[in-house]
Ligand binder design. Structure first.
Ligand SMILES: Cc1ncc(COP(=O)(O)O)c(C=O)c1O
Length: 387
């Protein structure tokens, strides 16, 4: 057989999804891969049932059904405080995963550099490889996960730097960047002519007193930001695979060209069924925030009582926990496997998110029913005995 693609040769499988497989094998509570174990809002499920018989079931226009784009434009415009034109500035995608991939394909050339904060969501490294771009990692230093502006400027200064991927709120660190931090990034983007690609899938999962700022809405940033987001987390529908890109026309027109041939369109019945979600009143987002704050309080409070050390999450549903007291010389990968098999709780080894040599952390997520979280804490109470 002739040689297969060199890029796929060097890719390993996703550590997060591997931990899910291990978790299923040994019946652990899966706090590794981030998805809820509770249902989406009832009004969305009701609409899904209606759509099953009423349709649509065929392709939508490639950019997304017109009512889907109109609803995204209205919702995003309201939260960003910018006028969003559904025909010019919105592209419906197959999750944020496709949005990011289409964006990178649309704007980069082989050999370009992309700035990424480390720790980072693992898709970014794989998508950089697919696009033959070089990731340039700038550390977010634990435990506070803040960055050094001079180090960031060094990365932006390189004429080969085309873009930065900015995950905010951040998976896996749980950071929500302040307006000042985002202004620092925006100033550098403008100074060095760098495009910002946002990954804002956790935009509505923010814990008080933190606030989400859309970098696209800062002065001078709309024309150089490609906003990628998702409905997966906001409406608890990770399996529906719905997302979008919002951007100014010149950038958007390039993204549309890729999306057209990459996926044709996002699933039509699901675009239709999610409309009541996109049109939900502001109270929906407040309730979502309250619900996640409740889950965070259970899990964070429980870990505190058990004597764990961790960085308090500001947003998203992830947190990084220090495992040094329990790992007894094991690598974080060995630790997480053992935790799943012996204690019955699955987490993700922190090193899979870092470019730097960091292996004293594990990522847990807490998008789970109360009883699941209490049972996970119950099992973790035995960690010293069992490991
Ligand atoms: C930071 C981040 N971006 C993107 C995604 C994927 O989003 P989607 O389901 O819309 O593809 C995830 C999923 O866990 C994520 O954590």
């Amino acid at each position: 057989m002739k040689e297969l693609n060199k890029k796929t040769e060097c890719l390993t499988d996703s550590v997060i999804r591997r931990m899910t497989r291990i978790s299923m094998e040994c019946g652990a509570i899966n706090l590794s891969q981030g998805f809820p174990d509770f249902d989406p809002p009832e009004f969305i499920m009701k609409r899904l049932a209606e759509v099953a018989t009423a349709g649509p079931h065929q392709y939508t226009p490639t950019w997304g059904a017109s009512n889907y784009r109109a609803a995204v434009a209205e919702k995003v415009g309201k939260f960003m405080g910018l006028p969003i034109n559904p025909d010019e500035n919105v592209l419906g995608t197959v999750g944020s995963t496709e949005a990011m991939m289409a964006t990178l394909m649309a704007i980069t050339n082989p050999g370009d550099k992309i700035v990424i904060f480390s720790p980072y969501f693992e898709n970014y490294a794989a998508q950089s490889i697919f696009n033959s771009v070089e990731p340039v990692f700038v550390p977010l230093n634990p435990p506070a996960f803040t960055f050094d502006a001079d180090r960031l400027e060094e990365a932006f200064k390189d004429p080969k730097t085309k873009a930065m991927i900015l995950c905010n709120p951040s998976n896996p660190s749980g950071r929500v960047f302040t307006k000042d931090e985002l202004q620092t990034i925006a100033d550098l983007a403008i100074k060095y002519d760098v495009i910002i690609i946002t990954d804002e899938v956790y935009e509505h999962i923010i814990f008080e007193p933190h606030k989400h700022t859309y970098i696209a809405a800062l002065p001078g940033m709309w024309e150089r930001t490609i906003c990628c987001s998702s409905l997966s987390k906001t409406y608890s529908i990770t399996g529906w695979r719905l997302g979008y890109i919002v951007a100014d026309r010149p950038l958007m027109d390039r993204c549309k060209k890729v999306h057209d041939f990459l996926t044709v369109c996002a699933p039509s019945p699901l675009q239709e069924a999610v409309i009541p979600g996109l049109k939900a009143p502001m109270s929906y987002y407040k309730e979502l925030q309250d619900h996640y704050t409740h889950m965070r309080d259970i899990f964070v409070g429980g870990l505190k009582d058990l004597g764990f050390t961790f960085t308090e999450p500001e947003g998203s549903y992830f947190m990084m926990v220090d495992i040094s007291d329990f790992s007894k010389g094991k690598s974080d990968v060995e630790f997480c496997e053992e935790l799943a098999r012996k204690v019955g709780v699955a987490a993700v080894p922190g090193s899979s998110f870092f470019n730097e040599d960091v292996n004293h952390l594990a990522r847990f997520h807490f998008a789970k029913k109360d009883e699941t979280l209490y049972e996970a804490l119950n099992r973790l109470a035995d960690i010293r005995k069992k490991m």
